[in-house]
Ligand binder design. Structure first.
Ligand code: NAD
Ligand code: MN
Length: 496
């Protein structure tokens, strides 16, 4: 038998894999009236038929979720009990690591090595960290006068719907369902139509872990149908979303048109990665700049898509960046040696290619990659691209591409760098490389972004909040701050 790290091993394992495509509603598998094809971007194969949930399906799910919440089968459990079940859920996910990793790779095209090294561990960490936290949080007593008792308590909001994207399907789901469930809410998860399979798999594991019927539901379907029905529903209390800024805005409109449900969004980004001449290690900065745009095929909300380089080192530094990016080569996602997988689908690949065309048309110079690749026939692949001689007004520098396309602008001083870095409608993340302590702090303060990295790119953990300024969204995932989205705060005044 091939060892667990070989290309052959994963290819053999993929052949034996079957996928559940049904929805999971009120503790039961449910086959919707309509289906859609789940296509692997690796080779264009249809790998599953997935239920497409309609308005009536959404209706029965919300009713079940509400009933479970009212019945208290989950919402009224002691936090320690919910914790125990969520930890069991995590253990079951871990026990299914290979199957989940393989499913993710086949469904959305990311390299199997990344699924194993990042997607599964980060999903487990989100569930375990959050579960462990929930029986250690205390409510407050207000500092009132002697004749009153003022209690400030957190309560679950009720029915939470989570609508998530396809780039990190399990992690994005876990960042939301872990705190939502830990707080005692009922949850309806709608995965992206481009990556529904692991979410459906999670539903079965949640059932096995002992999460009661109606408390965790998974409704696959499209955004403009299933997602819209959830967003317009009068009995969904909170909508949490990760995805594009355009859809985030639409969800806020739906909330206003319906029951004013709370809407929390993590949306797009166009993050600046700013390298000063006094960066402590230009080789590390170049490697990091390459990884920051190539990792996960550039399909990362915090991708370092705008590289700002101080003029005095730009020639030397860009030679290193070009060399580093050229090492990120599209390959078969099931080959553990592959570092760039397939783009999620043909639509997204065409979007990336059209941005590359726009860069060329607007006069930027393509210095690395940028061509459609075909390591597997019928697959959606592109070579990571570097554009130089970019000006800040070009579309490739302003708009989120969500693919491996790096746009480089040179700057001459700190003030100019900060101005360019902040000149964006987004504010998700930013990085600065410098050895000057004062400048590091000054620049970090000046950046209008939810995450700022100094002398690294893309650091993060469950211990710190994650989310955006400006049109990158509102609210935060991860850390104790995440509980804010899944709870109402009640003030109770007792006359003594
Ligand atoms: P998308 O906005 O198209 O879709 C996201 C989800 O919303 C999907 O489940 C989709 O079905 C659903 N949806 C689409 N239209 C809808 C509608 N009218 N009503 C209700 N739901 C609807 O985004 P995507 O293409 O899946 O993901 C890429 C985007 O996600 C990028 O813009 C990226 O920056 C962003 N993203 C952000 C973060 C973050 O944390 N800030 C993380 C990952 C991805
Ligand atoms: Mn898919």
């Amino acid at each position: 038998m091939a060892d667990s790290h070989s290309f052959q091993y994963w290819q053999d394992k993929a052949k034996g894999l079957t996928f559940e495509g049904r929805a999971f509603i009120n503790g039961q598998w449910y086959r919707a009236a309509e289906h859609f094809d789940c296509v692997s971007p690796i080779d264009g194969a249809v790998i599953a038929q997935v239920s497409h949930c309609n308005d009536a399906d959404v209706e029965q799910t919300v009713i079940a979720a509400r009933a479970a919440f009212e019945a208290g089968v989950w919402s009224q459990l002691a936090p320690a009990k919910r914790k125990a079940i969520l930890l069991k859920f995590a253990d079951l996910i871990e026990a299914h690591t290979e199957e989940l990793a393989l499913t993710e790779s086949l469904d959305m095209g990311k390299p199997i090595g990344d699924c194993l090294a990042v997607d599964i561990p980060a999903t487990l960490r989100a569930l375990r960290w959050t579960a462990e936290a929930v029986d250690k949080i205390y409510d407050e007593i207000a500092p009132t006068g002697p004749n009153e008792l003022g209690m400030v308590t957190r309560e679950a909001v009720g029915v939470v719907s989570a609508i998530v994207p396809w780039n990190f399907p399990m992690i994005m789901a876990a960042w939301k369902i872990a705190p939502a469930l830990a707080m005692g809410n009922s949850v309806i998860l709608k995965p992206s139509e481009k990556s529904p399979l692991t979410a459906i798999k999670l539903a079965g594991l949640a059932l096995e872990a002992g999460i009661p019927a109606g408390v965790f539901n998974v409704l696959p379907g499209f955004g403009h149908t299933t997602g819209k029905a959830l967003a317009l529903h009068m009995d969904v209390d909170t909508l949490v979303f990760t995805g594009s800024t355009a859809i985030a805005k639409q969800l806020m409109i739906y909330a206003g048109q319906s029951n004013m449900k709370r809407v929390w969004t993590e949306a797009g980004g166009k993050s600046p990665n700013v390298v000063f001449a006094d960066a402590p290690d230009l080789d590390a900065a170049a490697q990091s700049a390459a990884e920051g745009i190539c990792y996960n095929q550039g399909e990362v909300c915090t991708a370092g898509s705008r590289l700002l380089v101080e003029e005095s080192i730009a020639d030397e530094f860009m030679a290193k960046v070009r060399e580093a990016v050229a090492k990120w080569r599209p390959g078969h996602p099931l080959d553990p040696a592959t570092n760039v997988g397939a783009i999620v689908d043909e639509t997204q690949l065409n979007r990336v290619l059209s941005y590359i065309d726009s860069g060329l048309e607007q006069g930027a110079k393509l210095t690395v990659g940028g061509k459609k690749a075909e390591p597997v026939s019928g697959g959606q692949f592109v070579e990571p691209a570097v554009f130089e001689q970019v000006t800040p007004d070009m579309r490739i520098f302003k708009e989120e591409i969500f693919g491996p396309v790096l746009s480089v602008v040179r700057f001459s001083d700190e003030a100019e760098a900060l101005k360019i870095a902040n000149d964006t409608e987004y504010g998700l993340a930013a990085a600065v490389w410098t050895s000057n302590l004062s400048r590091a702090h000054r620049f970090a303060r000046g950046l209008r972004a939810g995450s700022v990295w100094v002398n690294q790119y893309d650091g993060g953990d469950m211990t710190a909040p994650f989310g955006g300024y400006k049109q990158s969204g509102n609210g935060r995932d991860k850390s104790l701050h995440a509980f804010d989205k899944y709870s109402e705060i009640k003030a109770t005044w007792i006359k003594l």
